[in-house]
Design a protein around this ligand. Structure first.
Ligand SMILES: *Cc1c(COP(=O)(O)O)cnc(C)c1O
Length: 239
């Protein structure tokens, strides 16, 4: 039965989080599990909510918008985290259902999101700056000290969010680059987070760690882990 499958995956992941917190000397209450439900149906989100999951993540607006509406219609209450690459023309839709956006990586995107949030919601939207820990501008993520591309400079992106009334700067997010060890990537992210908190003490969230690397993420201070396949099963190949 699907519910038993999900319950087993969830128990295993919750156990991994606890073990990682114990070895890091951290309180598991300081780590929020965001179950990434992309490719899985609204009925799975309903099961997750029943099993005590409060936070779910999605990476594409085309999938997330109808799913969030369906979940609401089923009467389940969850917080929606938008974790994927975000196009400016999707901001209007995303602000309608998202409670947190993890993936703002440019000044232009921050401004577009602020504009949409201003018109389409009555409370501030939590926003994390997605950073590229290896500084490679070819992939997603804002970059530290990017003199070349001011639009992608971490400090400017953070300041734009912090100064936008409809947005609340919540912290940083990263995906470990393929050619880096997860430990090195999340150590670097922790440094970037500390730098940001020096200027913006409220930006305490560190979104790091997926199914394969949640342990090193917790070692290096993750406050949010984004877990898909370890809870819900291996996704069919996308596209
Ligand atoms: C899909 C996705 C995840 C979850 O990945 P798993 O390896 O299935 O745990 C986390 N973060 C982002 C940005 C994703 O797109």
């Amino acid at each position: 039965m699907r519910e038993e499958e999900i319950a087993a995956g969830l128990a295993a992941v919750r156990n991994r989080i606890e073990v990682a917190c114990t070895s890091a000397g951290r309180d598991p209450a300081g780590v929020t599990l965001v179950v990434v439900t992309k490719t899985y149906p609204a009925s799975d989100v309903q099961v997750l909510a029943k099993l005590g999951v409060t936070d779910v993540g999605e990476n594409r607006d085309q999938e997330a918008a109808p799913k969030a509406a369906e979940v609401a219609a089923l009467g389940a209450q969850v917080r929606w985290h938008f974790v994927g690459q975000l196009q400016r023309n999707k901001c209007r839709s995303v602000v309608e259902y998202a409670d947190v956006v993890h993936s703002v990586d440019s000044v232009r995107l921050a401004r577009a999101l602020a504009g949409a949030a201003e018109r389409h919601r009555d409370r501030p939207l939590d926003v994390l700056v997605q950073v590229s820990v290896d500084g490679d501008p070819a992939r997603g993520g804002a970059v530290v000290g990017s003199a070349v591309e001011p639009d992608r400079d971490v400090d400017r992106v953070a300041l734009t969010i912090a100064e936008a009334g409809p947005l609340r700067l919540a912290g940083v997010m990263a995906v470990a680059p393929l050619h880096w060890s997860a430990g090195a990537a999340f150590e670097k992210l922790a440094e970037i987070s500390a730098r940001m908190r020096a200027a913006h003490p409220e930006a305490t969230a560190v979104s790091a760690g997926m199914s394969g690397d949640l342990e090193p993420a917790i070692t290096h201070g993750a406050t949010h882990v984004r877990i898909g396949s370890a809870v819900l099963g291996t996704r069919p190949k996308l596209r």
